[in-house]
Structures are given as C-alpha cells and as structure tokens.
Write a protein that binds this ligand. Structure first.
Ligand SMILES: *Cc1c(COP(=O)(O)O)cnc(C)c1O
Length: 367
C-alpha cells in the first residue's frame, strides 16, 4: 500500500502505533479472553483502563485536583446544550434574570453554540468576527461582557474557519470561562486553572467519535437545571466516575492509548513544538506567492486546521484528484466555506506535511 496521509478535520488520523495496539488487543485484551468492547464497564479490567486514561490525561494537561475529568456521550454539539443546562442555574436565581451567557463569535462552531444556548438563556454576543468573515479573534479590549453572566463561552480553535486563540482572556472577575477545545486539545500547553470548563468531542485529537471530554471545576457542579437529563448532569456523572450510565467504553480505551502515546512522545509541550514546526512549514508554502491563499490573520492562524483557497478555483477538482493520487486524502474544504482544508492534528507526522508541501509546490509549478 502506498503511504497515505489523511488530512481529515474529523474523525481524523490516529497514531499508527495506537491502531496497531488496538488491533493486537482486539480479540483478547491482556489475556482477559475478551475484547474491550465486550467488557462490563464495572469490571476490574475496564476500570483499570478507565483509571489509567484519567490519570494520564490529568498528567498531560496538569489538571488541578479541584477539577473533575468526565467522559460522556453527546459530542461537541451535545455540549452546546449540556453546558448551559449545567451552568445557567449558577446565577438565574439571583443577579440577572433570565441568566445571561456571553459569547465571542469567532466562526462556525461558536456560532452554533450561540444558537443552541439561546434555548436556555439570554445570550449576548460580546464580540464577533463576522464582519471580517471570521479571519481573526476580536481583541479582548473590544468585548462587551455582561456583568454577572453565568459564564463566557469561547471556541478556542475554530475548526472550519482556521482561527485559533493565542491568548487566554483575563476577566478581572469570577465569571468562569467555558472553552470548546474539540479540535486543539492536547496540541498546545494550556493552563487549565484559567478555565471553568473545557470540553470537546474526541474525534479530532483524542480518539474515536462518540466520546466527549469535559473538564470541570468542582465549584461549578451542582447547578443543573431541572430539565437537564440526569445522564448529562455533570454532578451526577462526576459522583459516578463517568459510570452513571454506560460510557463509550471503546472510545475511552482508544483515548487512553492516545494519552499514553502522547506521554511517550514527550507530553503536550513536545507535541506543541512539533505542531509549530508543521504549521510553519505549511503556511510558508501557502504564503510563498499568490497561487494559494489563507485568509486568516497571521497571529491567529490555527496550527491544527489550515483552510486555503486556490487563486483559480476552476482548478479545485484537478488539485484534489492529484492530491489523492499521491496519497494525500480528505483535503476538500468544509462545504460551508469551500476551498481546501488541511487538518494537521497531533497524529499527522511532519513527513505528511512535507508531502503536502511538495505537492503544493509542484501543483503551483514552483521550482
Ligand atoms: C467537531 C467540533 C464540534 C462538534 O462535535 P460533534 O462531536 O460532531 O458534535 C464542536 N466544536 C468544535 C470546535 C469542533 O471542531
């Protein structure tokens, strides 16, 4: 088989070593005689898999002791409802009625979060990048925040628009920051203590679709609205160590293999250095002349998701066919924005980015 490089935005490439390990374990995990998929989530085998995954993730992100790590179902979009159902109750009874949630609208995913939250609270778009067609993060000095808001929601990496935060806002009060990190968690060092909640679907940088990660500070638990399904009430899920209902066991197992793999690679700081090198290589090829175009302002270009356009869009199909013939897969841009997109998550090796850069140069007729 020719070497394949998969640039899908998600579900996305996983480390080869992880897939090989999963294949080796498929019929008989560690001599248990069972596949992980066949194990009770309450049995000692699976509990050991779960505990190792939580321990390794805590280590990787340096998660403080007063934060819970939860594994749920529902995906990133599910959290768009689950987050407000868990958090608006913090304030609605007192200060502002109905509760307000602040959002910074930086692209497609934060836009979806605004829409969904509006079913549960009074949403305030504190700043929007829409006028600039989502090519930057509006500077914090321009945000119009609501005093007493239940929380501030950010999407710290916009997977479709290719916009990534390069700062964590300092709010000057105790409003918790909720961050959708679906598409860049584990790609860069973060200070978890600056956030109230971090959430994400697993299928970009962590593992298979179907697993959703929530990291939540203890004092934010216990405020769920009465309409919140029990299986999505974080305090109930936390009290049962993510086993209130059956969690996505196989997804947790693969995520655990990915966490161990990242640890062996040197942890998140080492991944970040690799991701910087990969992103610099790719953006340099896109910027070399005007054959290709990435429209995002340089200081907030995503290291994970790189949308780009051909100057002559009539060449799009030819570009994609040539890429596929070279084993460079899933480069077509999201249907809402067109063009191309290369997602270069943790598991994308620099060799893959180099192969794409070689093709970009060849297709542009560069020497
Ligand atoms: C992929 C993605 C989601 C949606 O996740 P689902 O698991 O499909 O619900 C949400 N937010 C961001 C930033 C994403 O990249």
């Amino acid at each position: 088989m020719t070497q394949i490089y998969n640039f899908s935005a998600g579900p996305a490439v996983l480390p080869k070593e992880v897939l090989q390990q999963a294949a080796a374990d498929m019929l008989d995990w560690h001599g248990s005689g069972m596949s992980v998929m066949e194990m009770s989530h309450r049995g000692p085998e699976f509990i050991s898999i779960y505990e190792a995954a939580v321990r390794d993730l805590r280590l990787l992100l340096n998660v403080p002791a007063n934060y819970k790590i939860l594994f749920l179902q529902g995906g990133g979009l599910g959290e768009n409802a689950i987050v407000p159902m868990n958090l608006v109750g913090r304030v609605s009874a007192s200060a502002t009625t109905p509760a307000a949630i602040d959002f910074v609208h930086t692209g497609s995913w934060s836009g979806k979060s605004v829409k969904e939250a509006a079913r549960y609270a009074n949403v305030n778009v504190a700043a929007s990048g829409e006028a600039g067609r989502f090519t930057s993060v509006p500077p914090q000095s321009e945000w119009k925040l609501t005093p007493g808001a239940a929380y501030l929601h950010l999407c710290t990496n916009e997977t479709i628009d290719g916009v990534e935060y390069n700062f964590v806002p300092e709010l000057g009060d105790d409003t918790p920051i909720v961050a959708d990190m679906s598409s860049h968690i584990l790609s860069r060092v973060i200070d978890v203590s600056k956030y109230g909640v971090i959430f994400g679907g697993a299928q970009k940088n962590i593992g298979p679709a179907g697993l959703t990660l929530v990291i939540v500070r203890d004092d934010l638990l216990g405020h769920a609205l009465p309409i919140c399904p029990s299986a999505f009430d974080w305090s109930i899920v936390a009290a049962h160590d993510s086993m209130y209902n059956t969690p996505p066991t196989y997804g947790i197992y693969i995520a655990g293999l990915v966490f161990a793999h990242v640890l062996r690679q040197g942890g998140v700081a080492a991944m970040e250095q690799r991701n910087i090198a990969k992103a610099e290589l790719l953006y340099a090829a896109l910027d070399a002349d005007d054959f290709y175009q990435n429209r995002v302002e340089k200081d907030c270009r995503s290291r994970m998701n790189v949308p780009f356009y051909l100057r002559d869009e009539t060449l799009n199909d030819k570009f994609l066919a040539g890429a596929k013939a070279r084993g460079l897969l899933q480069l077509k841009g999201h249907k809402s924005v067109g063009g191309m997109r290369a997602s270069i998550y943790n598991a994308m090796l620099i060799e893959g980015v180099q192969a794409l850069v070689d093709y970009l140069n060849e297709f542009a007729g560069r020497k």
